[in-house]
Design a protein around this ligand. Structure first.
Ligand SMILES: NC(=O)c1ccc[n+]([C@@H]2O[C@H](COP(=O)([O-])OP(=O)(O)OC[C@H]3O[C@@H](n4cnc5c(N)ncnc54)[C@H](O)[C@@H]3O)[C@@H](O)[C@H]2O)c1
Length: 364
C-alpha cells in the first residue's frame, strides 16, 4: 500500500508538531510538506527531512498533497480549508471548525457542494472509551437517558498563563476545554436543544473566565450540567483521568456521569451500574467495569483521515457536525452575557439569515 501524502499547515505549533509525529509513525501516511510562518518551523522541517513552505498556497500548488491538516489559529481555518477544497484536496481542520458560526457555515456549504471530504478535528470522537459508551447507550443498557453530569475541574499552572492570549477572551477553559466536553455530551446524549450558562473570573482575576457552569436540555428531553474550572485543585477532567493524553499521569477519577432509567455509566472509567428489576434504593445496584483496548485518539483520528483520503471511510466528524459544537460554545458565551436560555437552532438560523461581514470574501 502506498502511503498517502499529507501536508501540515501550522506544523510547528503545539498540535501541529504532534501531527508530524503521528504521520511519521503511521506506515499508511507520509508527511510530504510542512507549512508555517514561525521562524523555528524551517528547522523542524529540515531536521525531519520534509520539504518546507512559508506560503501554504504555494505548497498546495507545488506539492499537490493527497490531504492537508490545518492546525493554525482558529480564524485561519476556513479560508485555508476553502483553498484546499477549491483544489479538490481532502482536509482535516483542527477544532473548532472556525472562530465564528458564519464562516463555519460557509465551509460546510463548500464541502457539501464540492463533495471534497472535510474532517473536523474533534479527536475525542475517536476515543475507544467514548465509542464503547456510545455502543452501551445505543444498545439501551441505560434505558432512557434522563440526566448527565460533566466536569472539567483541574488546576492549570501559573506558567501556562504567561502567554497573554491565555488571559484574554478565547484563552479560557470554555473554548480550550469546554468545546471537547460539549462535543462529548452531544455524542453521548444527543443534540443539545437549549442551554443557559454563567461564567466567573473570580479565582484568577484575568479578563477571560476561569470557571463556568452550564445547564442544558437535550432534544430527547434529558437534562445535563457541565461545570468547568481551570483554577481548582481537582482531577475530574478527561485529560487527567482517561490516560489518553500522554502529557498527564492517569488518575482513576471520572469526568462524565450518564444516568438512565435502567442504569448509569461513568466515563472514562466505564463503570456501569444497573438494576434489572427496576427496584428502588433498597435493591442494590449491580456493577461492572467495561473493558476496552486503549488507543491514542489523536493517532486514530489521523489514521481515519488517511482512510477518508483513500475513499475507504466517510469523515466521522463532518463540518455540519462541527458547526453544532461551535454553536453550543457560542450559546454559552451568549447566555453568560445575557443570562437568558439560548436555543442552538435559533442561534444557527440567525447566522444563516444574517451572515457576518466576514462570511463572504474570506478568500483573499
Ligand atoms: N484537537 C485538540 O486536542 C487540539 C489541541 C490543541 C490545539 N488544537 C487546535 O489546533 C489549532 C492550533 O492550536 P495550537 O495550540 O497548536 O496553536 P499554536 O499557536 O501553537 O500553533 C499554530 C501554528 O500556526 C502557525 N501559523 C499561524 N499563521 C500561519 C499561516 N498564515 N500560515 C502557516 N502557519 C501559520 C503558527 O506559526 C503556529 O506555529 C487551534 O485551532 C486549536 O484549537 C486542537
Amino acid at each position: 500500500m502506498t502511503a498517502v501524502r499529507i501536508a501540515i499547515i501550522g506544523a510547528s505549533g503545539a498540535i501541529g508538531v504532534r501531527h508530524v509525529g503521528f504521520l511519521q509513525k503511521n506506515p499508511a501516511t507520509e508527511a510530504c510538506a510542512l507549512v508555517d510562518t514561525a521562524p523555528q518551523a524551517e528547522e523542524l522541517a529540515r531536521r525531519n527531512g520534509i520539504p518546507f513552505f512559508a506560503d501554504y498556497r504555494a505548497m498546495l500548488d507545488e506539492v499537490r498533497p493527497d490531504g492537508v491538516i490545518i492546525a493554525t489559529p482558529n480564524r485561519l481555518h476556513v479560508p485555508m480549508a476553502l483553498d484546499c477544497i477549491a483544489r479538490g484536496i481532502p482536509t482535516l481542520v483542527e477544532k473548532p471548525i472556525a472562530d465564528e458560526i458564519g464562516p463555519a457555515l460557509e465551509l460546510t456549504a463548500a464541502a457539501e457542494s464540492s463533495g471534497v471530504p472535510v474532517l473536523i478535528g474533534h479527536h475525542r470522537r475517536h476515543s475507544p472509551i467514548v465509542q464503547r459508551a456510545v455502543e452501551v447507550i445505543k444498545a439501551g443498557e441505560l434505558g432512557q437517558v434522563v440526566s448527565a453530569v460533566a466536569m472539567h475541574l483541574r488546576r492549570k499552572s501559573d506558567a501556562y498563563f504567561k502567554a497573554q492570549w491565555r488571559r484574554e477572551e478565547g484563552g479560557g477553559p470554555l473554548l480550550i476545554n469546554g468545546i471537547h466536553e460539549l462535543d462529548t455530551l452531544r455524542v453521548l446524549c444527543g443534540e443539545i436543544e437549549e442551554l443557559q450558562a454563567t461564567t466567573s473570573n473570580a479565582a484568577r482575576g484575568f479578563a477571560v473566565e476561569d470557571t463556568a457552569a452550564i445547564t442544558m436540555r437535550f432534544q430527547n428531553g434529558a437534562l445535563g450540567t457541565l461545570t468547568l474550572s481551570d483554577a481548582v485543585q481537582a482531577s475530574w477532567a478527561w485529560e487527567l483521568s482517561s490516560g489518553e493524553d500522554v502529557r498527564y499521569a492517569q488518575e482513576l477519577t471520572n469526568a462524565f456521569l450518564i444516568c438512565g432509567t435502567k442504569g448509569s455509566l461513568a466515563l472514562p472509567t466505564l463503570d456501569l451500574c444497573w438494576n434489572e428489576r427496576g427496584g428502588g434504593e433498597a435493591d442494590p445496584l449491580l456493577r461492572k467495569r467495561l473493558p476496552i483496548v486503549p488507543a491514542d485518539p489523536w493517532y486514530v483520528e489521523v489514521d481515519h483521515f488517511a482512510k477518508v483520503i483513500r475513499g475507504e471511510e466517510k469523515p466521522l466528524v463532518t463540518p455540519a457536525d462541527g458547526v453544532r459544537t461551535l454553536a453550543a460554545i457560542e450559546a454559552v458565551k451568549e447566555s453568560a452575557r445575557t443570562r437568558a436560555w439560548v436555543r442552538i437552532d435559533d442561534l444557527i438560523d440567525r447566522h444563516r439569515t444574517q451572515p457576518s461581514p466576514r462570511q463572504t470574501g474570506t478568500r483573499s
